[in-house]
Design a protein around this ligand. Structure first.
Ligand SMILES: [Zn+2]
Length: 149
């Protein structure tokens, strides 16, 4: 209810400004050439068209901003780190993982390059799994991660 009242006041204010500007242009224009109402309505129409153009520009800008925010969120959720044992020397390494690409890492102690094998499995919440489990954001599923040569 309060919002509606504010919107009505805003619409009323912008309409008043439009009418005042049209009146001013009507007087100014008709003192040079033509009639008051001709200038009045032309000014009114131009403001109306300008308002629509500006409004659709704002809507487009807002949509572009929201799309970018959605992509940023997806990007953030696709990166995380896990602790994996090296397949060569069994030393633990902190490995950054990205869900949307193939992952590999160089072992910090033996310098060998490991591949990372990812498998996703849905489980019931009561079933225990014997491997590295990572809870995925906003879901009941887990990413199961194994190290391969
Ligand atoms: Zn190693």
């Amino acid at each position: 209810m309060q919002n509606n009242k504010i919107q009505l006041i805003l619409i009323g204010a912008s309409l008043s400004i439009t009418v005042i500007l049209s009146t001013l242009f009507g007087f100014a224009g008709s003192s040079i050439y033509g009639k008051f109402w001709g200038w009045f309505w032309i000014t009114f129409l131009f403001q109306f068209v300008g308002f629509i153009a500006w409004n659709s520009f704002l809507i487009q800008k807002e949509e572009a901003f929201q799309q970018k925010a959605a992509i940023d969120t997806l990007d953030k959720f696709s990166k995380f780190a896990v602790r994996l044992n090296c397949a060569y020397c069994k030393q633990p390494n902190n490995v950054p993982i990205q869900l949307n690409q193939k992952n590999s890492f160089k072992c910090e102690s033996c310098n060998q390059t490991n591949g990372v094998y990812m498998q996703f499995a849905a489980t019931t919440l009561t079933t225990p799994i014997e491997s590295v489990k990572i809870p995925l954001p906003d879901s009941e599923s887990f990413a199961e991660i194994k190290v391969t040569r």
